[in-house]
Design a binder for this molecule. Structure first.
Ligand SMILES: Nc1ncnc2c1ncn2[C@@H]1O[C@H](COP(=O)(O)OP(=O)(O)O)[C@@H](O)[C@H]1O
Ligand SMILES: [Mg+2]
Length: 236
């Protein structure tokens, strides 16, 4: 098998027959109705679709933040449904990064401390390798001169870059970003999309991003459209 063929078949994550029902009976909401999805490693995949179509639910199920009603999710070769809560928490910590629309930085920590928090929580020492990764991520995201500042002293775009750095620092198998530019103006959005793109190209990350940005297709390797809880297909 050639190198290209190996890369083409390497999956960072996949879902089969994924359903998620909220509530029960007459008021049950079928947020996911049987999603089959393969997310290739080393690629930037954009997920698009109308509001309420199930995009966030899908991201949460793929990231192990929510438990599907049925179906299976595999991330970095691990079947999430086989993990108990403790194992799932550890798996998420070690293999998954998540970027939220609302940044979710801890206000009392500096930018630098926020970025290093995942390593600290994992009990990892800031050895030479971790330090090199931190430096690389900080430089790719252009936030070195902001590291001593608290989130309140940063612009929205800078806060989101810090949040992306935090998601990347532990070298996760896959980074999920749910409308990461939803709270940003269009110029800052383009910048953040560019940084996510660079993290794929220059750091070899796998990124899956929900977005409403029209220009997303120009940044992403692939666009998957979700409609009414199923994959409606790749974008035209
Ligand atoms: N915690 C919840 N409880 C009940 N219904 C929910 C919950 N979260 C999402 N939903 C419903 O599931 C559907 C999909 O929601 P969501 O995944 O947030 O869509 P999107 O991110 O595409 O806007 C919507 O109808 C939404 O109202
Ligand atoms: Mg959503």
């Amino acid at each position: 098998m050639t190198t290209t063929a190996t890369q083409a078949t390497a999956l960072a994550a996949s879902a089969r027959g994924l359903t998620r029902v909220y509530g029960r009976g007459d008021t049950a909401v079928h947020a996911l109705r049987g999603v089959d999805l393969d997310l290739p490693a080393g690629q930037f995949t954009a997920i698009m679709g109308p509001s309420g179509s199930g995009k966030s639910t899908l991201m949460h199920c793929l990231a192990g933040l929510d438990t599907p009603t049925s179906g299976s999710v595999t991330v970095a070769g691990c079947a999430l449904q086989d993990l108990d809560d403790t194992a799932l928490t550890i798996f998420r910590r070690d293999h998954v990064g998540f970027v939220f629309q609302s940044f979710n930085l801890l206000p009392m920590l500096t930018a630098g401390q926020n970025i290093l928090l995942p390593l600290e929580l994992a009990g990892r020492r800031l050895d030479a390798e971790a330090r090199a990764r931190y430096d690389l991520v900080v430089d790719v995201l252009g936030i070195r001169d902001r590291l001593g500042h608290r989130p309140a002293e940063l612009s929205g775009g800078q806060q989101q870059r810090v949040a992306i750095a935090r998601a990347l620092v532990s070298r996760p198998a896959i980074v999920f970003a749910d409308e990461p530019t939803g709270n940003l103006d269009s110029e800052t959005s383009a910048e953040v999309l560019g940084f996510l793109r660079r993290s794929v190209r220059e750091l070899g990350q796998t990124v899956v991003m929900v977005t409403h940005e029209d220009g997303a297709a120009t940044y992403a390797d692939d666009v998957v459209v979700i409609a009414d809880g199923v994959v409606a297909g790749p974008a035209a």
